[in-house]
Ligand binder design. Structure first.
Ligand code: MN
Length: 310
């Protein structure tokens, strides 16, 4: 089966409709379908953009009817934790702080007024798997880390976010926290002691997000995954310890979202593609990859639409 893999949508329903139509999907009985293809979503349907409900009302019926599959994004994970009470009765699994509220405000404004609808959409988020290892390709929101994937499989026996895993992953001292952080938010490594750099907002940082698939990167600067302008501030020293991952070019292609890339959509390696091109920001794009079974990805198969107003 051929798939159109679509990156982070973040409440931008107009861009989603435009992209689906560009790819040849049309509504049949209220659900977008293609005569011979399926969609694979990478999560992050919500937060930031103007039409939270509109996006859910397109993607949810597609998944339910078998026209699409999807993994969970960090924004769905956060939404579940924001909604869910702690086991000890002391508040919520994700703190209702000013910062967390602001990040989630557009979604809460759309759903919170109707508690049964709010509960229903959160329950649906829990049906989204943390990763999908499909026939010939893989989907993950941010980082395909085989060791965390295997550990979750072994301990929880599932690709879904059970209540037990949700609870453990909401406590920073647990391995589950680190596992879910890595899979859904990317792999970060500490700089060597005493080193730091200033990010674009002027914050001092002691960790960098890494090109987790890139075994050829051996220095902090080479391993850094982020804007070119920031990389000049990263020390070019050899990475200490066994922190890097490597994703062999013999492995199936991995599609991910999450990273708010800019510029012309293109592959990061022959079998690695990020499809998040910041649709919720001015100048952003909603990006798809048209996959037809190939194990080596081609830059000609990226398709995108410019961000639409709604
Ligand atoms: Mn995202």
């Amino acid at each position: 089966m051929s798939y159109d893999i679509i990156g982070d949508i973040h409440g931008c329903s107009g861009s989603l409709v435009r992209l689906l139509e560009t790819l040849g999907y049309a509504k049949v009985d209220g659900v977008y379908r293609h005569p011979s293809r399926l969609v694979a979503f990478l999560g992050d349907f919500i937060d930031r953009g103007p039409d939270q409900r509109g996006v859910i009302n397109i993607v949810r019926p597609m998944i339910k009817s078998g026209a699409a599959v999807s993994v969970m994004g960090n924004h769905e994970f956060n939404a579940i934790a924001y909604y869910s009470q702690r086991g000890d009765g002391r508040g919520y699994l994700r703190e209702h702080s000013e910062k967390n509220y602001r990040q989630h405000e557009m979604f809460l404004n759309a759903y919170e007024p109707d508690l049964s609808e709010y509960a229903d959409v959160i329950a649906w988020f829990k049906t989204l798997p943390l990763w999908l290892d499909l026939d010939g390709f893989r989907l993950i929101h941010a980082c395909w880390d085989e060791s965390w994937i295997n550990r979750i499989k072994q301990h929880y026996g599932s690709i879904l976010l059970s209540d037990a895993l949700l609870d453990a992953a909401s406590r920073p001292e647990t391995w589950e926290f680190e596992a879910v952080e890595t899979l859904l938010k990317g792999k970060e490594i500490p700089l060597s002691p005493g080193n730091s750099f200033q990010d674009k907002d002027g914050n001092e940082r002691h960790h960098i997000r890494i090109r987790w698939w890139d075994g050829a990167a051996t220095t902090y600067r080479q391993a850094f995954f982020g804007p070119e302008s920031a990389s000049t501030h990263i020390p070019d020293d050899e990475v200490d310890g066994d922190h890097l991952l490597n994703y062999s070019h013999h492995e199936p292609p991995v599609f991910m979202g999450h990273y708010w890339l800019e510029g012309q959509p293109q592959g990061l390696a022959g079998n690695i593609a990020c499809l998040d091109y910041s649709v919720a920001k001015p100048g952003g794009k909603l990006v798809a990859y048209r996959w037809d079974g190939e194990s080596t990805l081609s830059n000609e198969k990226f398709v995108w639409v410019d961000r639409q107003e709604k």
